[in-house]
Design a protein around this ligand. Structure first.
Ligand code: HEC
Length: 206
């Protein structure tokens, strides 16, 4: 084959005419509204979301999922496509229902202080608490040195009750952040078992 041969003028002209005709047809179809998607008031000058319902903004919302306030059951979804168990909901320390505080002031520790529980608790403490209070609870941390008023807690722990420590981790304090989002019930009781064990204050795993 001779690749160097130029296309004939007739073919070039035919191509140009075909493109012009296609453009004209598209313009006519657009003007007639046949090609225009139904954007329900989409404003080219202000293409950001302005509260109106645009089909393309709703794509992620309109999935096979239960909408807020929608009746139905997660059981109807294909098996294992949605989680059906879950963790406890986080209820704020100050949440009131009918004037009643929702916070359990005296939660009971259901977890025995076994070596396994204490080992897990140490891991949780070192993950979430040691950054401020220190591995041994002495608050000799860069975070505390730079102004976070986290107190040394090693000597304090024996004076504090298990429910208090559990709720402290769950809800935090006036300055301490809550760790109820990051930790499970089991995590917090294991942590209480660790803080109450003779291992706490020994310097942690480092
Ligand atoms: C971001 C830094 C920070 C982290 C992380 C932190 N704390 Fe605290 N903690 C504080 C501060 C600040 C205080 C003192 C003021 C307050 O209670 O809000 C405090 C006080 C305490 C006290 C003593 C006061 C009391 O009310 O008992 C205990 C016990 C305690 N924290 C336990 C924990 C435990 C358990 C964790 C991990 C779940 C943790 N802290 C994580 C900053 C922190």
């Amino acid at each position: 084959m001779n690749f160097k041969r130029k296309p004939s003028k007739a073919i070039l002209l035919g191509g140009v005419v075909a493109l012009v005709l296609m453009g004209a047809a598209a313009a006519i179809a657009w003007a007639a509204g046949a090609m225009r998607p139904d954007y329900q008031g989409y404003d080219l000058a202000r293409p950001w979301f302005d509260g109106r319902s645009y089909p393309f903004y709703l794509d992620m919302f309109n999935q096979p999922s239960l909408k807020p306030q929608e009746e139905g059951t997660l059981q109807e979804f294909p098996q294992d496509s949605v989680p059906r168990t879950g963790s406890e909901a986080f209820i704020e320390a100050t949440a009131l229902v009918g004037g009643q505080l929702q916070r359990d002031l005296e939660p009971l520790n259901p977890t025995k202080a076994t070596p396994a529980s204490i080992r897990r608790g140490r891991f949780i403490y070192e993950t979430y608490c040691s950054v401020c209070h220190g591995l041994a609870g002495e608050a000799n941390t860069p975070v505390a040195q730079r102004g976070m008023p986290a107190p040394p807690i090693t000597g304090l722990i024996p004076l504090l009750s298990e429910p208090h420590l559990y709720n402290k981790a769950l809800y935090g304090g006036p300055l301490m952040p809550p760790y109820g989002f990051q930790t499970t019930q089991q995590d917090r009781w294991d942590m209480v078992n660790y803080m109450k064990s003779p291992q706490f204050g020994q310097g942690g795993s480092q």
